[in-house]
Design a protein around this ligand. Structure first.
Ligand code: S3P
Length: 445
């Protein structure tokens, strides 16, 4: 998808943020619900699907593969084709900005006798795909000209061979692509993971009736799927996205006098690293009414503005908060003392090089920070001068993180483009304004 624009926006110092809100559905779970719905037989009904550009691209992709996804009332329905039942699409599949959509879909199409051309925007076309294509090629997939970036054409096969694959990087996307390919492959496919990454694929595969086992093997976990099982269409409820909730929660922490509750947020332990870190920094955050929704743990998260202290964030926590580092770095600028974030190699290959983009955005707003190797250190003083313009590099999370900064900085903070926010959290601005946040189009006066 291409956008007009750019659409710059400035954020201004705001009064206390208050209210009780729900943020839209989790992006990771939304992609997976559409894909597994397409691979199941019969009808899958999805409540709370995130209707962002990334997820809509996945809905269009499964439709083009012969499993129509459409909305009826409040519910999305997918008419599945059964394991191995997807059809040759008539045109290239456009994933826009979506790493998850494109990478998981490589695993979905792999065990089919079809050739699928995948395209994406300028950001996605720079991102590494070799990490997914490597194991899929071991299984028997072919890629035209051995390309490792979009655009590319992947040729699947109904006669893939199962593999045992140890993840070279802690990536739920790689794990998921191999498991999804394994679902359509005779025999058992195993992924070995050294550090736990988000486990929504394993949970949802089981929910749809697949046999997935997780066995501890020393420090590692072996995740095995039994191939060519028939999945059955199911009802799925998507919890609120903790990565979107993070922006409201961070804003409430740094704007004095704030008191905000975000309802029904996913608190799967593979996703809550930010909340653990914020509590260590002294944040007043409570998980209320913990319960289960659609096979995932959720809670209402209440947060009140709090004085914060810098901490060391261990590298082992990175997979559980990988999308939240830009937001944490901004919060760390309002804390007293140094916050050291370790083990950030994967941050360099997200929608932008988030390590560089975050460090540059902090510097543009008068915050002392340095990125050295895989570590980002932010020297917080409790106040942030602001007054800078941040280059967002087609990255939604860079845009939202620095808009949050502007709500508590001395001078307004401007981001050079907000178009990409629609890829994950189209309601961001409206929800923040309902909380009491102040924004203005274009550059700050
Ligand atoms: C995702 C996994 C993460 C994350 C991305 C969503 C997923 O990527 O950054 O936003 O849904 O599996 P990696 O697994 O590549 O780290």
């Amino acid at each position: 998808m291409t956008h007009a624009g750019p659409f710059p926006l400035s954020a201004f110092k705001s009064g206390p943020l208050r209210g009780r809100f729900r943020v839209p559905g989790d992006k990771s779970i939304s992609h997976r619900a559409l894909m597994l719905g397409a691979l199941a037989t019969g009808r899958t009904r999805i409540r709370g699907l995130l209707e962002s550009e990334d997820v809509i691209n996945t809905a269009q992709a499964v439709t083009a593969l012969g499993a129509p996804a459409s909305k009826s009332g409040d519910v999305w329905e997918v008419l599945g084709r059964g394991t191995g039942g997807l059809a040759q699409p008539a045109a290239p599949l456009d994933f826009g900005n979506a790493g998850t959509g494109s990478r998981l879909m490589m695993g979905v199409v792999a065990p089919h006798d079809i050739a699928v051309t995948m395209i994406g925007d300028a950001s996605l076309s720079k991102r590494p795909m070799g990490r997914i294509l490597g194991p899929l090629k071991q299984m028997g997939v072919e890629v035209d000209e051995n390309r490792e970036r979009l655009p590319l054409t992947i040729r699947g096969s109904s006669r893939l061979v199962p593999i045992v694959y140890e993840l070279p990087v802690p990536s739920a996307q790689v794990k998921s692509a191999v498991l999804l390919a394994g679902l359509g492959t005779a025999g058992e496919t195993t992924v070995i993971e050294r550090e736990p990454t988000r486990d929504h694929t394993e949970r949802m595969l089981r929910h749809f009736g697949a046999e997935v086992t997780c066995v501890a093997d020393g420090e590692r976990t072996r995740i095995t799927i039994k191939g060519q099982a028939e999945l059955e269409g199911r009802d799925v409820t998507v919890p609120a996205d903790p990565s979107s909730a993070a922006f409201l929660i961070a804003a409430a922490l740094i704007v004095p006098g704030s008191d905000v509750t975000v309802e029904g947020v996913l608190i799967n332990p593979t996703r809550t690293g930010l909340y653990t870190t914020l509590k260590e920094m002294g944040a007043d955050i409570a998980f209320l009414d913990e319960r289960e929704e659609g096979g995932e743990p959720v809670a209402d998260i209440r947060v009140r503005s709090s004085p914060l202290t810098g901490v060391d964030v261990p590298a082992a926590r990175a997979p559980a908060m990988i999308d939240e580092y830009p937001m944490l770095a901004v919060v760390a600028a309002f804390a007293k003392g140094a916050t050291r974030m370790n083990g950030l190699a994967e941050l360099k290959v997200k929608e932008s090089d988030r390590l560089a983009a975050t460090a540059a955005g902090l510097a543009a707003n008068g915050v002392q920070a340095e990125a050295v190797g895989d570590t980002l250190t932010v020297h917080g003083t409790g106040t942030v001068p602001g007054g800078g313009t941040v280059a967002t590099h087609l990255d939604h999370r860079i845009a939202m993180s620095f808009l949050v900064m502007g709500l508590a900085a001395a001078q307004p903070v401007t981001v050079d483009d907000t178009a990409m926010i629609a890829t994950s959290f189209p309601e961001f601005r409206a929800l923040m304004e309902r909380l009491g946040a102040r924004f203005g189009e274009g550059l700050a006066p």
